[in-house]
Design a protein around this ligand. Sequence first.
Ligand code: PMT
Length: 399
Amino acid sequence: MLQGKSVVLGVSGGIAVYKAVELLRLLTKAGADVHVIMTKNAREFVTPLTFQTLSGNPVHTDLFSLYQEHEIDHISLADRADLFILAPATANLIGKIAHGLADDLLTTSVMATKAPVLIVPAMNVNMYENPIYQRNEKQLIEFGYHLLEPVTGALACGWEGKGKMPSPEEIMAAAAGVFVPKDLLGHTILVTAGPTREELDPVRYISNYSSGKMGFAIATEARHRGAEVILIAGPTNLTAPAGVRYVPVVSAQEMREAVFDALERADVVIKAAAVADYHPVVRSTQKIKKTADDLTLQLEKNPDILAEIGQQKGGRIVVGFAAETERLLVHAAEKLKKKNLDLIVANDITKAGAGFDGDTNIVRLLHADGQVDELELMSKAAVAEKILNQVKRLLDNRK
Ligand code: PMT
């Protein structure tokens, strides 16, 4: 997505400047031609030489430098850019842009560009929560600037709260998302992901190998395409994609409750989660002791969340997954029909590169009218794109 793109990376002065160095490395690795503009304060944290070495381009710093202005820098950078990324963007920088102030090379370039601008704020939590800052941020979003919300955590100033710059990887994903057509704008997509855990006692549980990657890829792609996304996920090691409403759950019962709390708002449901089919009849409050030579667990069925949604789907588009080890098409087709789905994504989890945990999948898409699309091995992000193309087609046909 960023291959061959001309990106202006605007760096303003905050401790998160060090993360902008890694962001620059990822951008160049992705094939972008990156031109860095640093404010005076940014140069207090990291020298321009670091950015110059990693970008392979001169770093721009001064609006009135005769040497740097030989091409009227702020105009040539503004014209050349396919994308501006402001990371970290301080409250001061955001305030200036929101009020049309252009008093240095970065703010004049932002003002002069017609390229999309992705703002990545980073600041102290109290500054972030300040109503003046909040008003400025809102104003910029209304003007069409893209904004990647800061995350919550321990801040360099010693405070704990929202204001931390997201990871370079998350900024990369948001930058790629800027170029994706917003064809799902106006839709709310509920995605489930990951495994569920059914506890036996305080230290043990029944679960499966789902990492959540498939569902998170769908949530990320849906968000990039402009949808409101509600992501309900069992325990995973993944970070929720920026801009989605994230609801972490543990058990199938909790997932069911979260799904039905959100269902009313959703016009599309995609269930990529690997929900445990059974839970222990008794959850011991104390650790089960190793006394007997054998131990029998009594399990009872969990609610089939997808089947329940299928029964009351109304005008929604409902997409299920089927993880199979044999007779892939037969079992998937049965689930499609039984659960009243519009589409089912069938993965043969015995195949190398398919199913649980890895970054790739091999799937077949079974449609309600009997059509089957066979997809080759591809990244989970690419599978997500194909699934959402079908969802878009179904939404268009529904009109
Ligand atoms: O998370 P990853 O590591 O990336 O792996 C991806 C994946 C293999 C988990 C994913 O691609 C996948 O196949 N997910 C569905 C796995 C599964 O539970 O399949 P199933 O055949 O048991 O269930 C069929 C469908 O019913 C699924 O959409 C499931 O979410 C849903 N279901 C199942 C049981 C249940 N009690 N409630 C449900 O809603």
